[in-house]
Design a protein around this ligand. Structure first.
Ligand code: NAD
Length: 509
């Protein structure tokens, strides 16, 4: 599917005047190699199909040259110290806020997001940077554990992996890399970042801001391109932070294993929502609609399946269907809308296939169910009932505005079904009995769960955000663990009292 999609969205051609990958200081080697035949991505607007730009893929040779340059600059960056690094990041954070409108326009152009979905990205990215600016110094303070020997003093230092690779997906062109990169930079690492080949324009501009507008140190660069560029990144870095599909995550983890470098994987999800009979159904149905449809359902922690206790089922489905029908969809250029276009032809085809398969197997469509006619990749909010776990729509990640709802006898059946999944990213439990809700939440096999809220754990930077099962390895954020993952501990032991010899040294006494 991915390959078909690449044919639809990406043209491979001979580009002689290819753009370098956002670096003033590119080495001659890098520039020379770009005059050879290179593949390029044609970036199209999902809202109307118009071509926005052609972006050359970064070749392996260029990735190696850029990595060498960043690596060379990293020791000086580390030597600056946390406070001076924070000053650069503070300027970058301000730059994001000052350029908010242009960046939102770029995000909307290359993703088809509705204004409301795109609007938060630059400010959210800035707030993530601000969190690490504020806290990195304390989090990176060397540890001084108590020594079991009074003449030995102990210290744990947190030394950065010199070069970190950050590979990101298309569903948040700015927010996704910003979830990870500020922590790595504050830790003293250099970062080579690879945005998705579907949406490289916004991130390339943000890195240009760092490099050209701010003239910041040469410790951050952007290497646009597809899978081959991503593979080259994994081959040159000391640690890899990957966000994307399970399929690519496995490839990245295998290569990281061969190279014996650490990797952190934030992967897909199939998040369950459990609605108990005593839930506030107005709030739960509002949350279900938003949780399933923000970013047109293209969020790793979107609600992907709902289990409702029998006594509440009919009313919940009625409310959900009513609310789904009321959502306004379109580009948002001329009228207010709630949701926009899907990001790619491949993604809309995955949604179509899952819905069609489910309907063939007996599911009923209560709203939506077919892509909208006309230019642009619009798939409407789709409520599905009479679904079961033999259907892909209940087992595979959909990543679209599809809301399959299943009637269950009780909470025990809901938990059983919620856990009957290869994924374990996030989930939610809905009940007026908070104590019972918390007890049920403890039984759901996911990395993050809300009681009477939805998709919210990822936005608390003091909480580690990561998936169980196939949804990932490691986590991001989580206070000090979120920055220490970019470091390796070095322990230092020094003596405070120096006799001629220690009792256990030779000669044996
Ligand atoms: P993808 O796996 O197709 O691509 C992700 C990135 O990996 C892209 O930049 C791509 O070019 C690159 N890549 C492809 N092949 C590679 C290779 N062999 N080596 C290295 N890099 C390679 O995923 P996608 O379609 O861009 O993103 C959607 C997926 O991302 C969904 O499954 C979604 O759930 C997941 N996601 C997870 C989180 C999270 O935090 N858990 C957040 C956002 C998205």
């Amino acid at each position: 599917m991915r390959h078909t999609h690449l044919k639809l969205r990406i043209a491979v051609g001979r580009l002689c005047a290819a753009e370098p990958c956002a670096t003033e200081g590119d080495s001659m080697t890098a520039r020379d190699s770009l005059t050879a035949t290179v593949a390029s991505s044609v970036i199209q607007s999902p809202s109307d199909g118009r071509e926005l730009a052609r972006v050359p893929d970064t070749s392996r040779a260029d990735v190696e040259a850029i990595a060498a340059r960043l690596r060379a600059a990293q020791p000086k960056w580390l030597a600056l110290g946390v406070e001076s690094r924070a000053q650069w990041l503070r300027r970058w954070s301000q730059w994001l806020v000052e350029h908010n409108d242009e960046l939102v326009t770029l995000i909307r152009a290359e993703t088809g997001k509705a204004p409301g979905d795109a609007a938060g990205e630059p400010t959210y990215g800035a707030s993530v940077a601000d969190y690490w600016i504020e806290n990195a110094g304390a989090f990176l303070e060397p540890g001084r554990p108590e020594s079991t020997n009074p003449t030995q003093s102990l210290e744990i230092q947190h030394c950065p992996h010199p070069l970190v690779g950050v590979i990101s997906p298309w569903n948040g062109p700015l927010s996704m890399p910003m979830l990870d990169i500020p922590a790595a930079l504050m830790a003293g690492c250099a970062v080579i970042s690879k945005p998705s080949d579907l949406t490289p324009l916004t991130w390339r501009e943000v890195v240009r801001g760092w490099r050209e507008d701010l003239g910041a140190p040469d410790v951050l660069d952007c290497v646009p391109g597809g899978g081959e560029t991503g593979a080259a990144v994994v081959d040159v870095v000391d640690m890899i932070q990957f966000t994307g599909s399970v399929r690519t995550g496995r490839i990245v983890a295998s290569r990281a294993g061969e190279r014996l470098i650490p990797c952190s994987l934030e992967l897909g999800g199939k998040d369950p929502m459990i609605v108990l009979a005593d839930a506030d159904l107005e709030r739960a149905s509002n949350a279900a609609i938003w949780g399933a449809c923000f970013n047109v359902g293209q969020g790793c922690s979107c609600v992907e399946r709902i289990y409702v206790e029998s006594a509440a089922y009919d009313e919940f489905v009625r409310l959900l269907t009513e609310k789904a029908t009321q959502l306004r969809q379109g580009s948002g250029d001329t009228e207010p809308v709630d949701i926009g276009a899907m990001s790619s032809e491949e993604q809309i085809q995955i949604v179509e296939r899952q819905v069609e398969d489910a309907v063939r197997a007996g599911a009923r469509v209560l709203t939506g169910g077919q892509r909208l006619p006309g230019p642009g990749l619009y798939y409407p909010p789709t409520v599905l009932v009479d679904v079961d776990h033999t259907m892909d729509v209940m087992r595979e990640e959909t990543f679209g505005p599809v809301i399959p709802v299943m009637r269950v006898v009780d909470a025990a059946e809901a938990v059983l079904l919620a856990n009957d999944s290869d994924y374990g990213l996030c989930g939610s439990v809905w009940t007026r009995d908070r104590t019972r809700g918390l007890a049920i939440a403890d039984l759901v096999e996911v990395g993050g769960i809300c009681v009477n809220d939805v998709c919210s754990t990822n936005f608390q930077l003091s909480l580690p955000s990561g998936g169980w099962k196939n949804s990932g390895v490691g986590s991001r954020f989580g206070g000090e663990s979120g920055i220490k993952k970019y470091t390796r501990p070095r322990v230092v032991l020094s003596t405070t009292d120096e006799p001629v010899k220690e009792p256990h040294w030779y000669p044996v006494g």
